[in-house]
Design a protein. Structure first.
Length: 213
């Protein structure tokens, strides 16, 4: 069965060119074109396409905001960005909003069709330049020290404090349970934060639970 898609694109020549190409592509059925996010939000829930091609630069609500809303209203819908913008912050904002992939408008139509099929099959298609930017971003991130990665740097007492923190006990209560002063609990807590490379109780507990699994 052809993949049922819709476009959210305000550039009429671009939308028309894509529609004409998709009409010749047996793998795709383009069921609608929406010139703005507001109209798309009204009509897409009833239309229920499988995938949306979404531009970022829309007249009022932008495409990233639209994706964030439509994936909440229509769980399971796929949103594939198709835009001229290649800035790294926009790429990550779109992906965090719920986009499954990111293509530039210079992508040839047959590659857009292939990307739609890839997304439908569970992939996350990206224009090669975009994929390289994503990889470069992560390569530039600092690597945590071994103790932060493995959790092996925590002492038995620090692990005991962290176990109690994870159960929701206050510092004073932890001190009473362990037979130590609140000052000592604070000292253990500072060392835990340093070793796990975190800044809050919630982050420490989340990382500790991840390490313990």
């Amino acid at each position: 069965m052809p993949i049922r898609i819709a476009l959210v694109e305000d550039d009429q020549p671009v939308a028309l060119a894509l529609q004409q190409y998709f009409a010749l592509a047996p793998a795709i059925t383009c069921e609608a074109v929406f010139p703005n996010a507001e109209e798309a939000l009204r009509r897409i829930p009833k239309l229920a396409p499988e995938l949306l091609l979404v531009d970022i630069n829309l007249p009022k609500m932008n495409g990233i905001e639209f994706v964030g809303q439509i994936v909440q209203r229509c769980p399971g819908i796929l949103c594939l960005m198709l835009t001229m913008y290649e800035e790294t912050p926009l790429i990550f904002d779109a992906l965090k909003a719920g986009a499954c992939g990111y293509l530039l408008k210079e992508t040839p139509p047959h590659e857009i069709v292939a990307a739609i099929e890839e997304a439908k099959a569970g992939g996350s298609p990206m224009t090669p330049l975009i994929a390289r930017r994503v990889v470069s971003f992560f390569q530039k991130q600092p690597v945590p020290p071994p103790a932060a990665q493995s959790g092996e740097g925590l002492t038995d007492r620090e692990r005991e404090v962290l176990d109690l923190l994870a159960q929701g006990y206050l510092y004073k209560e932890i001190g009473e349970i362990m037979g130590i002063s609140t000052h000592t609990v604070n000292s253990h807590n500072r060392h835990i934060y340093e070793k796990l490379q975190v800044r809050s109780r919630g982050q420490a507990v989340a990382k500790y639970r991840g390490l313990a699994e």
